[in-house]
Design a protein around this ligand. Structure first.
Ligand SMILES: [Zn+2]
Length: 110
């Protein structure tokens, strides 16, 4: 999963491009249609992006909408995200995905 600089989860809606990276002067990559941000998978540390608590909440809400998390679950999802954020030093992506999986599995046993 890719988290764009604009805070959206990339799920399709990308264009192909070539950029200069430390490994190759013409490295194939993708960009985000919506905001135009071009990813640098070689040099970028976006997988280890750490947003503030407030930013993360905004991203989590977008993510929840994209994943079609229902109204009943979204509160629990956000709480889970918040709990993981205060618990350790996971990156944004790890938190979003882990909280989602936790929600899924708790829904599975009801
Ligand atoms: Zn974007």
């Amino acid at each position: 999963m890719i988290l764009c600089e604009c805070g959206e989860i990339i799920d399709g809606g990308t264009f192909k491009d070539f950029i200069k990276t430390s490994s190759n002067p013409s490295t194939p990559t993708i960009g985000h249609d919506k905001c135009g941000y071009i990813f640098n998978f070689i040099d970028n540390k976006m997988y280890r992006k750490y947003s503030s608590r407030k930013e993360l909440k905004t991203i989590a809400i977008r993510y929840a909408e994209k994943k079609k998390i229902g109204e009943n679950d979204i509160e629990r999802y956000l709480m889970e995200v918040d709990r993981m954020k205060s618990n350790g030093n996971s990156s944004d992506c790890e938190i979003l995905i882990n909280a989602y999986m936790r929600l899924q599995s708790s829904n599975g046993v009801k």
